[in-house]
Design a protein around this ligand. Structure first.
Ligand SMILES: [Zn+2]
Length: 209
């Protein structure tokens, strides 16, 4: 199952997703933008055994809750290898512009395009698809068996991520969307970083593909 949690900080909201196996409750947390304590409390209340925190890209509104979550739980954090710079540099993760505390953290592990991220007992499996354009480190995580993908800020319901921040590029983003996301099956559900869910078939109408 996929549970969406909208986290709020300083007027910014972002989606965090718990993806867990219905029976064993083992799974992953995708993104942790704010309210790390609340996300930790949800794990306790629901009995989720979160094996990894997986970050879609290193912007402040997707990583801002990690420090607080780490105070409560020891769960390793993973990001694309290009995300190292974003986690550590407030100019790249944009926290320098928020007026709040600047973020400079590190991950516990890194992945690259094409990697498979599985739970220990293999209940869940996600393929890493690097989708640069919003940022170099942006990734989509595709669960083929259950027919959905976590898309971060690459594609939203009815729109797409902006390209005006460091390493952003419009043409690269369009290529990522058209070649790597809209080539997934039409009924694939897309869970984005900021909007309600959509599907590949629904989003395809916006693009000439
Ligand atoms: Zn972003």
């Amino acid at each position: 199952m996929v549970k969406r949690v909208v986290t709020l900080k300083d007027g910014y909201d972002s989606n965090a997703y718990f993806c867990v196996d219905d029976e064993t409750k083992h799974g992953f947390l995708f993104d942790c933008g704010a309210e790390g304590k609340r996300l930790s409390d949800i794990m306790d209340k629901e009995g989720y055994v979160i094996e990894k925190i997986i970050i879609t890209h290193g912007h402040f509104d997707h990583i801002g809750g990690i420090a607080q979550l780490r105070e409560n739980k020891k769960i390793p954090v993973y990001i694309h290898e290009a995300g190292k710079l974003f986690l550590s540099d407030p100019k790249y993760n944009l926290s320098i512009y928020t007026g709040s505390e600047q973020i400079s953290i590190s991950a516990d592990g890194y992945f690259k395009d094409g990697d498979l991220i599985e739970t220990e007992e293999k209940e869940l499996c996600f393929r890493v698809i690097n989708t640069p354009g919003h940022t170099d480190d942006s990734c989509v995580f595709y669960n083929e068996k259950d027919g959905y993908a976590i898309t971060g800020d690459t594609i939203f319901k009815g729109t797409y991520g902006n390209t005006r921040f460091p390493t952003g590029d419009y043409h690269t983003l369009m290529s990522s969307i058209k070649e790597k996301i809209l080539t997934l099956p039409d009924n694939t559900v897309l869970y984005s970083g900021h909007t309600l869910a959509s599907t590949v078939g629904e989003e395809r109408k916006m693009y000439n593909v």
